[in-house]
Write a protein that binds this ligand. Structure first.
Ligand code: GSH
Length: 211
């Protein structure tokens, strides 16, 4: 049975954004059965957990043959089991993979830079000073993305793992209107979030915090 880890607790601002959502969503899209192992902060520091996730983070993934970490790797691994996530033709698969990397490499770091300033150090003078440049960088990447998406429903000619990853990244700056005010990105994100697999994954993540 496939198992993923998820945190047993997070602060309110992180609920619905925790990265196990990516693994849950991919597994739902693929129609694969899985179980979720809720782990405490202390458990994540143990050698046994760090063997599964060297940075003590969530999620970690395990199936009969493989222990895996990093959501990009997990989503691509699950994607190879499902044509819903990754086209079976090599070119289509490579393009979808490129968008997974783009989300994680070209957009998420800038969004996380802004989030770190806004949510973790809002009152620090250095954070106030750095914010305009940080926001400008996010806006530039988002506008590049919007330009690509203009007139398209998905990053490629159909939904892929690239859209899944991009949507989870675009959800992160929800304390701002950077995505929701954009006439291309807002409906794109809504389209992704309308998918039944996303709704199920999100509902399950939220339910795990209630439990
Ligand atoms: N690059 C990792 C990031 C995972 C990550 O940041 N997980 C967060 C929860 S969303 C976490 O475990 N944070 C606690 C920590 O970094 O110590 C991935 O994509 O899997």
């Amino acid at each position: 049975m496939i198992t993923i880890t998820a945190p047993n607790w997070v602060p309110d601002f992180a609920k619905g954004l925790v990265r196990d959502l990516r693994a849950r969503w991919a597994l739902e899209e693929a129609g694969l059965e899985y179980q979720v192992n809720l782990v405490t902060i202390e458990e994540r520091q143990t050698p046994a957990y760090r063997e599964r996730q060297p940075f003590s983070q969530v999620p970690a993934y395990q199936d009969d043959d493989l222990k895996l970490f990093e959501t990009g790797a997990i989503v691509l691994h699950v994607g190879r089991k499902s044509a819903t996530l990754l086209p079976t033709d090599p070119a289509g698969q490579a393009r979808a993979t490129a968008w997974v990397f783009a989300a994680l490499n070209s957009i998420e770091p800038f969004i996380m830079g802004l989030v770190n300033l806004d949510l973790f150090s809002p009152d620090e003078p250095w954070a106030k000073q750095a914010r305009p440049q940080s926001e400008a960088m996010v806006k530039k990447r988002l506008s590049d993305l919007a330009e690509h998406l203009n007139g398209r429903d998905w990053l490629e000619d159909r939904f892929t793992a690239g859209d899944l990853m991009m949507a989870t990244v675009l959800r992160i700056p929800r304390h701002t209107d950077l995505v929701t005010s954009d006439r291309t990105l807002a409906p794109y994100l809504a389209r992704c979030e309308e998918r039944p697999a996303f709704k199920k994954a999100l509902a399950d993540q939220m339910a795990s915090f209630k439990a």
